[in-house]
Design a binder for this molecule. Structure first.
Ligand code: KG4
Length: 338
């Protein structure tokens, strides 16, 4: 049996997971509430919280999986991209654990891990996984990308955001409306009661398969600023419709490029990954398009679509099988591609 300990610390979630022979038995996540008051993640506070959380989170993951440290064959950790201070905590922990227990160290790309979350198996849960090659829409707080996945460790990015990520657009526009961080899930909830056709916002006109969300954020901000001049209660009185219209705009933009990519590549196996994949309007739009275009769709369940160590452990498992290890001189990287 192969046992992998996965560690995730790229942003504001400290997570540890235990995988045995491809099955994720535990996925413990400590989210950091400290950032709520600031309307976004404060890097310095994030690294401190990781430092406090990492030992208890790892201990719980090991205990709940009914294993002992000596049973672990390798430790996989998120090397990047992400916040450097946060990544340093997970990387340093992983190095220490590797030395102390004389087990190999496996570095994991956070983007690759989000995609391979679509291969997570859980004990006693029947699951379906994409067949190669498949197309992934990776949408999170830091990423918006379109990726062709040819094999577990063979991926090609064919489109990406040139500025903000989709999750960032949700969070920043939510902040302008006075909602707390992270705003994406709140916008999703408030939009359920709103009219998505009520307001229209500018959609970016970017060629090819790239995305852009910074213009939307600016046009949303200016629109509210103008409306508030004549009605100071404009946001409160129209909150549901604003959320629904904003959400529709973001989903339309994401869907347009996803459809274009599917058409150009001829791929009908479509996976979604990253925190924004939890968005109900995005899921609805993808399933509707799947029925029209004969796609087969894969979306990890919520616990594995937000930042988590289960996806790091599963990526680590495929790298372990491929013999891809790193030395103790490894350093984290804040930015990288696939
Ligand atoms: O993957 P993730 O946990 O972290 C990153 O790697 O960035 O994604 C977090 C992002 C946040 O921007 C959050 O607002 C967004 O995912 N998000 C959502 C929803 N749930 C999470 N955005 C829209 N609708 C949701 N239901």
């Amino acid at each position: 049996m192969t046992v992998i300990l996965g560690i995730e610390s790229s942003c504001d979630d400290t997570s540890a997971a235990i995988l045995k022979d491809g099955i994720v038995y535990t996925n413990v996540i400590a989210s950091q509430q400290v950032h709520e008051a600031y309307g976004g993640v404060v890097p310095e506070l994030a690294s401190r919280a990781h430092q406090q959380n990492i030992i208890p989170v790892v201990s719980e993951a090991i205990k709940k999986a009914n294993i002992e440290i000596k049973d672990i064959d390798a430790i996989a950790f998120t090397r990047g991209p992400g916040l450097l201070g946060s990544l340093l905590v997970g990387t340093s922990f992983a190095k220490g654990f590797s030395i102390a227990n004389n087990i190999p160290l496996i570095e994991v790309n956070h983007l690759q891990a989000h995609i391979l979350a679509n291969f997570i198996k859980e004990p006693g849960v029947e699951s379906h996984h994409p067949k190669f090659p498949f197309l992934t829409l990776l949408v999170s707080g830091g990423n918006s990308q379109l990726i062709i996945v040819r094999d577990y460790l063979d991926m090609e990015m064919i489109g990406q955001t040139i500025d903000d990520a989709a999750g960032e657009a949700f969070d920043k526009c939510a902040k302008v409306m006075g909602l707390t961080y992270p705003g994406g899930p709140i916008v999703d909830r408030l939009a359920q009661e709103g009219n998505a056709e009520r307001f229209t916002f500018n959609k970016p006109q970017i060629k090819g398969l790239n995305y852009s969300f910074s213009g939307l954020k600016t046009s949303f901000l200016y629109f509210l600023r103008d409306e508030l001049k004549t009605n100071p209660h404009f946001i409160q009185e129209n909150l549901n419709d604003l959320c629904a219209s904003l959400q529709k705009t973001i989903v339309d933009v994401l869907m347009a490029k996803l459809k274009k990519a599917a058409k150009e590549t001829g791929i009908k196996q479509i996976a979604v990954a990253g925190g924004v994949s939890a968005n109900s309007a995005l899921q609805k739009a993808i399933h509707e398009e799947a029925a029209r275009s004969n796609w087969e769709v894969f979306i990890p369940r919520l616990g594995f679509s937000l930042d988590n160590a289960g996806m790091v452990a599963v990526t680590g498992y495929y790298k372990y099988l491929a013999g891809e290890f790193v030395g103790l001189n490894t350093t984290p990287y804040a930015r990288t591609t696939l």
